[in-house]
Design a binder for this molecule. Structure first.
Ligand code: SF4
Ligand code: SF4
Ligand code: SF4
Length: 504
């Protein structure tokens, strides 16, 4: 293996580990800038991070070509790796002739136009975006829960993964909108791969090895350079030429590493700069006295790449401070969401706030962490405390043997249980279905079920950090056994914070 390829693989690996979301970030930067410009909401303060991200990538692509794609993009690297494995496993490759290839390459421009129309119409496609699903699973912990694959985006990602086994860089060649943008801007590039025509023996190996299906031999023979702006500067053509007829100036190993490191350096420099520029936020909090119990609360939510922990301080009944204790999301996504979401929650005293465009997962993660911190129903001051407390006389008596089904209201909706009564005692409770987040349900389930069975009563303590799921299970058991139970979740629903109680 040639030195250039070893360097490239090392840079790809480092980027995959450290910057797996860089391609999404770059695309989202284009998106938010475009939306801000058409909506006339552009301000340097809010657009600084997208601008700095594009400054890190676009000028180098313009001058030197698509090093971003060849060296830094994790999604491109994933496709390359999959195809490498497929070839090693001798999986037959699909060769697409140059004519058809040329036509198919226009698909990405159609996708760009469609996406721009959707942006103008303010329609988001986060759930069908395979990049987002890829971003989630670039965190190894995310593989413990494969549910994100059960979505349109997950299905498209699986299609891309499977197609990559048969066609090298299939998504990059034909479908990637960011690749389309790079193809357009790299038309101007100064850096080119050239050929010593006297050395070339027309073996065509360079064309066959090109992952972007460029007819390198033909182009270099006709123009004495690789003219196609589809070129991702991987230099496989140079490295596989048996007579060293292809070359770059300066040498490809130097150009490749310097360009990739320049993009990464500018990206990190931009992040540092953006973080050190003081923001106008936070705005003055509006405190609604009496809504929450005073105290300091901790909660967790799931962001783009893992757990987000927050500390929420409630004073005089209002949320006065939300501090991020830890997070795993990419810094630029997270910073984009952080101040806006925290400010909005504090100023509205509600977690019912809009997510930040281009940082949806981080936004949702922060919001759910605050909900988790404040969600303990015993933290919400109730106007109706008496009604919301579970009955204290809920020990099972006079039960008849049989199996009963009941429905309760949890955090996200119905929880259905089946309850087995044997010898006039509850002997088993099974959760038949639930819309709760697995995390909360798992936290509540066993403890609540065991407590009900051990105490033969629904008058039991809820599980801290999973109060609403706990109450939902208790509610469902009470419903199954026809025991009155005032579910505190219903009071929250009435405040518009949760789903309505279903009819039983
Ligand atoms: S074409 Fe798109 S997916 Fe492929 S490497 Fe470039 S940015 Fe990444
Ligand atoms: S022309 Fe050469 S450098 Fe460009 S993508 Fe093809 S193999 Fe890579
Ligand atoms: S691999 Fe080298 S010798 Fe073969 S066609 Fe390409 S430039 Fe010519």
């Amino acid at each position: 293996m040639k030195k250039t390829q070893i360097i490239r693989y090392i840079i790809q690996l480092i980027s995959f580990i450290l910057l797996p979301g860089l391609f999404i970030l770059t695309w989202n930067s284009i998106k938010v800038l475009f939306i801000a410009l058409i909506n006339n909401t552009f301000t340097l303060d809010t657009m600084l991070i997208p601008i700095l991200t594009l400054v890190a990538v676009i000028p180098i692509t313009m001058l030197w070509g698509r090093f971003f794609c060849g060296y830094l993009c994790a999604f491109g690297s994933m496709q390359e790796l999959l195809n490498y494995i497929a070839k090693k496993l001798k999986i037959k490759q699909i060769n697409i002739n140059y004519k058809l290839d040329k036509l198919l390459k226009y698909i990405k421009y159609i996708i760009i136009v469609l996406l721009i129309i959707l942006w103008i119409l303010n329609i988001t496609l986060d759930t069908i975006n395979p990049w987002n699903i890829f971003g989630i699973y670039s965190s190894y912990k995310a593989w413990l829960d494969l549910s994100a694959f059960i979505s349109i985006g997950g299905f498209i990602l699986l299609l891309i993964i499977i197609s990559s086994l048969f066609i090298e860089r299939v998504f990059c060649r034909y479908f990637c909108p960011l690749g389309g943008v790079f193809t357009i801007i790299s038309k101007l590039r100064l850096f080119n791969i050239k050929k010593d025509l006297n050395k070339c023996v027309n073996c065509n190996i360079c064309s066959k090895k090109c992952p972007m299906n460029i007819d390198v031999n033909k182009e270099t023979s006709e123009y004495n350079k690789v003219k196609s702006s589809e070129c991702i500067d991987c230099f496989k053509c140079i490295n596989t030429c048996p007579v060293n007829a292809l070359y770059t100036k300066p040498k490809e190993a130097i150009t490749g590493s310097v360009s990739a490191l320049a993009i990464a350096g500018l990206y990190y420099g931009g992040t540092l700069l953006a973080n050190n520029i003081p923001s106008d936020n936070p705005s003055t909090p509006i405190i609604i006295t009496g809504k929450y119990k005073d105290g300091t609360y901790y909660g967790t939510g799931t962001g783009y790449r893992g757990e987000i922990k927050v500390k929420v301080i409630v004073e005089k009944g209002g949320i006065t401070s939300i501090t991020i204790e830890s997070y795993k999301d990419d810094e630029q996504f997270f910073n984009k969401a952080k101040s806006t979401i925290i400010n909005n929650i504090i100023s509205t005293q509600s977690t019912d706030v809009a997510t930040v465009s281009g940082a949806t997962y981080s936004s949702k993660g922060i919001i759910s962490a605050v909900i988790n911190a404040l969600d303990l129903t015993d933290n919400i001051e109730s106007d109706n405390t008496e009604e919301e407390q579970p009955s204290t006389n809920n020990t099972f008596t006079n039960l008849e043997d049989g199996t009963y089904e009941g429905i309760g209201t949890g955090r996200n909706g119905d929880i259905v249980v089946s309850v087995v009564v044997k010898d006039k005692k509850v002997t088993s409770i099974t959760i038949e279905s639930s819309k709760e987040d697995t995390k909360y349900m798992n936290r509540a389930k066993d403890t609540i079920i065991n407590s009900i069975i051990a105490n033969q009563s629904i008058d039991i303590d809820t599980v801290s950090g999973a109060t609403m799921s706990s109450n939902g299970i208790i509610d469902a058991v009470a419903n199954a056994l026809n025991i009155p139970f005032a579910n505190p979740n219903d009071a929250l629903n009435n405040k518009g914070q949760h789903h309505n109680r279903p009819n039983k």
